[in-house]
Design a protein around this ligand. Structure first.
Ligand SMILES: [Mg+2]
Length: 367
């Protein structure tokens, strides 16, 4: 663990902490080297200032066909295929529109703050063979994506790298790796391609979050599952003024809020290129106050809070058109992606042991 990272994985990292001096020297040397290159390309920000988003190659690009070759014909055939097709760009994957939207926010931030390093930094995290790297780089250049940092982990767990880059959000197709990341206190989710395609905003990044077991801990969800809705309503009324504990995605909402405020101080609240949504199955009257008061106690804002009182989330998400929607329950993910929402499963909390209210033996596998 880096000396400037908090010891408690459930605590959000602080962007303003003083860095280790050797680390600082390394960054100064890297900056001097980069400045000498006289390039017009923006320099990647330092991880401790940036909001770092790590994406796997299979979430950034659609590699379903390639994966099939790997599974049916083995590694050698797979690598050979990738090399033979390396000048053919890969098709966009589930995280692609999200990454594009992050880049749009960065360009707006650079207009207002040309020298600031408080930007999104996108890191490609892949355990692909080095030979496949050429096709990935070619595809990144083809779509003009600003992804300078590559982590080719060679089959090793990405957790160490995620920590070294002070990752604020990790997106993968591998539910096992996502679960490991969450256990280490890193916000993470397993991404799914939607079944149909919705047109998304190209001027505003839209991020939608479920509440319980995503932004908040699963403490209230446990009561629903074990004692039913009526006990839950009573419980939430009784503890209305006691903030919920934080869930795995709280720190990412906080990071978005930090960047949103940079627009607000420039009087750009109306035109802010980041918009956040809470989409919860809770009902407003009986259990909504506690979540709003919890957010307030954290000093966090959410732009729109939607209390569905048990109604399906899919149709509403279809209207919101988020670039990414996080939920801990697979049946919400399934409903959302059926109606064209790019969805990301957060494998956390008691919900993993249930499907549509029924207890299941094994945690729901995301793939
Ligand atoms: Mg939930």
């Amino acid at each position: 663990m880096r000396p400037d990272q908090p010891a408690d994985p459930q605590t959000c990292r602080s962007a303003g902490v003083s860095a280790h001096s050797a680390d600082e020297k390394d960054w100064e040397a890297a900056k001097a080297f980069f400045d000498n290159l006289k390039t017009k390309k923006p320099r990647p920000p330092k991880p401790r200032f940036a909001v770092t988003i790590a994406v796997s190659s299979r979430t950034l690009f659609n590699m379903v066909h390639e994966r099939e070759i790997y599974e049916k014909e083995g590694m050698e055939k797979y690598v050979l295929y990738q090399v033979e097709h390396e000048n053919e760009p890969l098709k966009p994957g589930a995280a692609f529109p999200f990454v594009k939207a992050l880049m749009n926010v960065n360009s707006r931030l650079r207009d207002f703050y040309p020298d600031s390093e408080e930007l999104f930094d996108i890191v490609l995290m892949t355990n692909n063979h080095a030979q496949v790297g050429v096709r990935l780089i070619n595809s990144i250049n083809y779509y003009d994506l600003t992804i300078e940092r590559f982590c080719m982990t060679g089959g090793k767990s990405p957790i160490g790298y995620l920590k070294a880059y002070m990752t604020n959000l990790y997106l993968s197709k591998d539910a096992q790796k996502v679960t490991e990341a969450i256990e280490e206190g890193i916000a993470a989710a397993t991404m799914f391609m939607p079944d149909t395609e919705n047109e998304l905003s190209d001027t505003q990044l839209r991020v939608a979050f479920d509440g319980d077991a995503v932004l908040f801990s699963d403490e209230s969800e446990v009561i629903v599952k074990q004692h039913g809705l009526d006990t839950f309503f009573e419980h939430e009324k009784k503890f209305e003024n006691k903030p919920l504990a934080q869930g795995p995605l709280k720190c990412f909402l906080e990071a978005l809020g930090k960047l949103q405020r940079k627009f607000y101080v420039k009087n750009e609240r109306i035109n802010c290129p980041i918009r956040t949504f809470l989409v919860t199955a809770r009902s407003a009257a009986s259990s909504g106050a506690r979540v709003l008061k919890t957010l307030r106690s954290w000093g966090l804002e959410i732009d729109e809070a939607l209390f569905l009182a048990g109604a399906p989330k899919g149709p509403l998400l279809q209207k919101i058109k988020p670039h990414i929607y996080f939920d801990d329950q697979m049946f919400h993910i399934e409903g959302a992606k059926e109606l064209g929402t790019i969805s990301a499963h957060v494998p956390y909390g008691i919900g993993q042991k249930y499907h549509r209210g029924k207890l299941i033996e094994q945690p729901a596998k995301a793939e």
